[in-house]
Write a protein of this length. Structure first.
Lengths: 252, 227
């Protein structure tokens, strides 16, 4: 709004850039909870995303962003599976670097999240699935609020002991395909013990999506985190202004 | 104002603007069997520098030049139209705007008071070289430095994709870039000089084969790079 009174033009003064909104982005409260889902190739990340889509179908306004190594494979799987309106799925291309797109250079993923909200309206929850990578791949906190790391018993019961940032620091560790444990000779008690040793108080869920197609315990954890996110949003103080940054005009 | 460190930061491939997901047309050229080894990669990079490199650097320098002018928004609008006219392949226009959007996100986070609001392009995003010109001005780079960083980016991104796509020896690819450094400097100087002229007289070098490759690439079902 413009002031009603005319100001004295004889006093030298400057205006901030009129075309620029000087305010920081809206506080996290105003947006969806973003949950990253990472883990090695074949551990069941996409199957978990599909399970969560089924679980939240009539409950939450949901969006999904996939980060494939081969472009749109996972997004296509989700579209074919019919678990979510295709308009609510976005695929990000990662140029052989799936970990870069979720950790070091997150712009394409943030654009995809923005595009979802622009096209389908406000969302409660956005699941960001990483491309299958290795045990060192984790999400930037600039991209997601919480992250789930998915490993599977067929990858060997030593995986929790090997650790890595995904296993040790993810907000939730999911050990998937527990139904295969007897067939691959994996000892779930060993995985449980090692996960506790690596993760301290952070939770671990043992899961078999073939037996539990709605991934109940993971969905329950997300509901809890979502409630926490909404409370934090409601209580969040107004966002602080960004530090004042001078705008050099640059010399020719 | 000494700007060397700032120049290095903006020229760094790790600057978070999405460059890692683009091969600069190399993926399609590799699939077509036109780039197969170090020698053909060198030719590809030289061609890219002389076309997309020169044009991108000139438009970045021209956008940089427009920053302190009174009719900045109008000037950027003219540059946007001229760059569209020089980008024959619709796929490459989309790529340029998508990369511009990614760069804009980084620029807004780092220099919130820079005049990014004057950029044209709407929801599709502004062309990448125009964003880069504004970003470089906000960082205090000179016009020549702006052109240099822009030209440098067009070859290093594709070279890095070459290491990933062809499994080439990274030392040999680096040596290739070192050998191209002089040509990169010359291209940047030419681009910065060209920015003195009106937008319609900026360089318009293009490669029809690169345009054809780009149009084919977007139709692939399986690809590693966004472009």
């Amino acid at each position: 709004m413009r002031p009603e009174t005319a100001h004295d033009e004889s006093v030298p003064h400057t205006h901030p850039e009129p075309g620029v909104d000087p305010h920081a982005p809206l506080p996290p409260a105003a947006r969806a909870l973003r949950v990253g889902i990472g883990g090695p190739v074949g551990s069941g990340k996409t199957a978990l995303v599909a399970a969560l889509c089924r679980a939240f179908a009539d409950e939450l306004r949901l969006g999904v962003v996939t980060n494939d190594i081969y472009t749109t494979e996972d997004a296509d799987f989700l579209r074919r599976a019919g678990v979510l309106d295709p308009a609510r799925i976005r695929a990000v291309e990662t140029g052989c670097c799936p970990h870069t797109a979720i950790r070091d250079d997150i712009g394409a993923n943030l654009d995809a999240v923005d595009d979802l909200a622009d096209t389908v309206g406000p969302l409660d929850l956005v699941l960001v699935e990483s491309g299958g990578d290795n045990l060192t791949a984790t999400f930037s906190r600039g991209l997601v609020d919480r992250q789930i790391f998915v490993v599977d018993v067929a990858g060997g019961d030593k995986v929790p002991r090997k650790g890595g940032p995904g296993v040790t620091a993810a907000d939730l560790l999911v050990v998937n395909k527990t139904d295969l444990a007897p067939m691959v000779g994996a000892d779930l008690s060993v995985m449980d013990r090692d996960a506790r040793a690596r993760r301290g108080d952070l939770p671990t869920v043992f899961l078999s999506i073939t037996q539990d197609p709605l991934a109940h315990r993971v969905a329950e954890w997300i509901r809890h985190e979502l409630a926490h996110h909404r409370t934090a949003v409601a209580a969040a103080p107004p966002a602080a202004l960004p530090p004042s940054v001078a705008v050099p005009t640059g010399s020719a | 104002m000494p700007t060397s460190s700032m120049l290095l930061l903006l020229a760094d491939g790790r600057f978070p603007a999405g460059a890692h997901a683009h091969s600069g047309g190399l993926e399609a050229a590799v699939a077509a069997g036109r780039v197969t080894d170090l020698g053909t990669l060198g030719e590809f990079l030289r061609g890219r520098l002389a076309t997309a490199g020169l044009v991108g650097a000139a438009f970045a320098a021209a956008a940089h030049r427009a920053v302190p002018t009174a009719d900045r928004a109008a000037e950027l609008g003219r540059l946007d139209a001229e760059l569209d006219a020089r980008t024959a392949a619709p796929a490459l226009r989309t790529v340029s705007r998508r990369q511009g959007r990614a760069l804009l996100r980084a620029g807004r986070a780092i220099w919130p008071y820079a005049p990014f609001g004057d950029l044209p392009g709407g929801a599709a995003g502004p062309h990448q070289p125009l964003v880069f010109g504004l970003l470089a001005a906000a960082a205090g780079l000179s016009r020549t430095e702006t052109a240099l960083a822009a030209a440098h980016g067009t070859v290093t991104g594709a070279a890095s994709a070459g290491v990933r796509l062809l499994g080439l020896d990274p030392y040999h690819v680096q040596a290739l870039l070192i050998a191209l450094a002089g040509a990169c400097d010359t291209t940047a100087a030419d681009a910065a000089r060209a920015a003195d002229g009106p937008p319609e007289e900026l360089p318009a070098a293009a490669a029809p084969l690169a345009d054809i490759h780009a149009e084919a690439h977007v139709t692939w079902e399986v690809r590693l790079f966004a472009s």
